[in-house]
Design a binder for this molecule. Structure first.
Ligand SMILES: [Zn+2]
Length: 230
């Protein structure tokens, strides 16, 4: 069984050996073209969006351009988008996030979400406008928050944080997420970084690596059926 990287930032159009699929996310408008170009190559899926760290110098027509590209490329999802309390201008972050969530819903695409310390606000937006499927990447929220997020068609992607024994909340979240909703990610430009994540999942969940890989494969294929193609 091969690995899957459900949240990365690659620009290469060939998967590393031993990988079944990757989902590459754009952080900035300037990444959209390279993601759109490689999506569709064997096992490469992708998302375009504006990350909350990169909202400061968006041109006036950014959302129009994004909507056009999504309409033209039905295989593209929406991501990486979200809210981050450690970055400036929360009102503008919320505007940009809402606009993109609206596009995901209108065009029937999965939304790949980055959330740091702004869960209440993310939920407010999602309750108003709910995309067909959601991936919460780098997931490490509390059990209470997880309960609220399970009301959506949500997947929870775990990355390198769970390899660190001190990151108790992320490791506890992994134990609590329903097994059919777990994904693995590198959040890097190298999907190979998923390998230690899967090893840690196997330790934390006391299940063999092959079983974990199979679960992640099934979950990702299920996710890709939903929303990823319009
Ligand atoms: Zn990312």
């Amino acid at each position: 069984m091969d690995y899957i990287d459900a949240h990365c930032h690659i620009t290469a159009s060939v998967l590393p050996h031993g990988f079944a699929a990757v989902i590459t996310n754009s952080a900035r408008m300037s990444d959209w073209g390279s993601v759109a170009r490689i999506v569709g190559a064997g096992g490469i899926y992708g998302a375009i969006g504006v990350h909350p760290w990169y909202i400061s110098d968006l041109p006036d027509d950014w959302s129009q351009k994004m909507r056009q590209l999504l309409a033209r490329e039905p295989a593209l999802a929406v991501g990486e988008i979200g809210l981050d309390k450690y970055h400036p201008d929360m009102p503008h972050q919320i505007d940009v996030f809402k606009t993109q969530i609206q596009m995901a819903r209108d065009l029937g695409r999965t939304a790949h979400i980055h959330c740091v310390g702004a869960w209440g606000r993310v939920i407010e937006v999602l309750n108003d406008i709910t995309p067909p499927a959601i991936v919460f990447h780098g997931f490490d929220a509390s059990p209470e928050m997880l309960d609220r997020l399970l009301r959506y068609n949500a997947y929870f992607s775990f990355g390198r944080a769970i390899c660190n024994p001190a990151r108790l909340r992320a490791r506890d979240a992994l134990r609590l997420v329903p097994k059919n909703r777990i994904l693995s990610e590198s959040d890097s430009d190298n999907p190979m970084d998923v390998i230690p994540v899967v090893r840690s999942m196997s330790e934390i969940l006391s299940r063999p690596i092959t079983g974990i890989k199979k679960t992640i494969y099934t979950n990702t294929m299920e996710l890709l059926k939903n929303g990823q193609t319009a």
